[in-house]
Design a protein around this ligand. Sequence first.
Ligand code: NAI
Ligand code: MG
Length: 493
Amino acid sequence: MAKASKKNTIKLKFDSARKLAPAPESKAGAKIDPQYDLFINGKFEKPTSKKYFASINPATEEKLSMIAEANQADVNKAVKAARGAYDKNWKKMPPAERAKYIYRIARMVQERAREFAIIETLDGGKPIRESRDFDVPTAANHFFYYAGWADKLEYAFPNRTTSPLGVAGQIIPWNFPLLMAAWKIAPALACGNTVVLKPAENTSLTALKLAEIIQEADLPPGVVNIITGAGSTGAAIVNHPDVNKIAFTGSTDVGKIIQRAIAGTDKKATLELGGKAANIIFDDAPLDQAVEGVINGIFFNQGHVCCAGSRLYVQESVFKEVVRKLKDRLETLIVGDPMDKNTDIGAINSREQLNIINNYIKIGQKEGAEMYQSSADLPKKGFYCRPTIFTNVAQSNRIAQEEIFGPVLAIQSFRTDDEVIEKANNTPYGLSAGVWTDKGSKIFNLTTKLRAGVIWANTFNKFDPTSPFGGYKESGYGREGGLHGLNTYVNVV
Ligand code: NAI
Ligand code: MG
């Protein structure tokens, strides 16, 4: 008997540090070609430049594919295709017909959701759980939502007449590659514009997969063109004389370059730039819920989020308790293989971004702040960063003022409402904020005084296509999402 039970004992292989068996997602459902060309006028074309660059998996440093680099001649072709499609086709099409195409894209993204999620995680390093449960469904929802508006613009702008802008040049970052593409393309098409979109050079793959869907959905050639490349390709789109609108999400530095480039032209622009969001915990807040919200706010997607809650203000009487709870929770976060379904914090998107983050961690220590990092083991290959919190932070410290774009949280205490409002507003940014309290009156007081485009109360990082998003100050201008998001793609008279 004893012998038999010994034989039947199942030996579980535990991950030594985190006490969970590996649960990797299979890569089988995703097809990545060895090379991708430019999607122009409904076809995939070789780049005039004849150049390709590698896209790597930041979790393993392995090459995934070679991506075409569009030069000025390629940008010219793409803009010409978009202009042709706009004049001949898209602007004349009955809006209800345009809507059908956008609905079709939405459904096809849903049908291929698993493939998109896997490729997003392989190319960008974010946990598969996030790609699967957040990025891909939210991208599909953006197409559904704006498809619904296409033939209802007269209700969005009652007693006014709207017309599309023309060709929209759209430049997106690497933190939410598919979602940002959807976020940009869906309202542009719904309002009757055509598009030249450029994904970020680190994460082109899901935008190219979306190009395949757009081809299969039989959109008229040229309505959406997706061209790949780095900053110079982006600059060629911005400076092209036949582009009517620039929609950009990325760094504040490039946002400023774009503003200078289009000054004096009649190009319209929406810029969605950096952030340094404050989460504010009052002593009457449900603390465990608040701690969970703060963890989600800064460690979600490795802190690669423009609205990440990278600053935390805790009311003095609960400061110690909150910091202790945060440290305890930090220890339980699983850092590692993004393809593992248990992973909380995946790979940093690139070596460059990891260097930026590590540099800020050094700056924080030099500035005299007290650092605490989780003891998680990091994989030997790939770009990883332990979740990090700093206490003893001064308001003037660079880690409290500048966007780090990584899993690094700067914590300070406060006593009164007025004090925390002043501190929270004291950065060049104003994209988002979070307030944690039991009192509705406090929420109203803060939401009217915090200079931030989005303020969450007793939650954080919640997104919905129906809700507008955008910033104050150096976080940019214009709103994307919701009814407001239509405004930036039409002329209204
Ligand atoms: P970036 O602003 O250089 O890249 C964003 C996009 O702009 C990419 O598609 C890039 O190819 C393009 N681009 C670069 N230079 C351009 C130019 N002169 N004209 C037109 N397009 C251009 O951001 P990067 O270098 O990848 O990240 C640097 C920092 O920016 C991060 O550490 C983070 O702080 C911030 N960032 C903020 C984002 C946000 O969501 N607000 C997203 C990505 C980065
Ligand atoms: Mg990549």
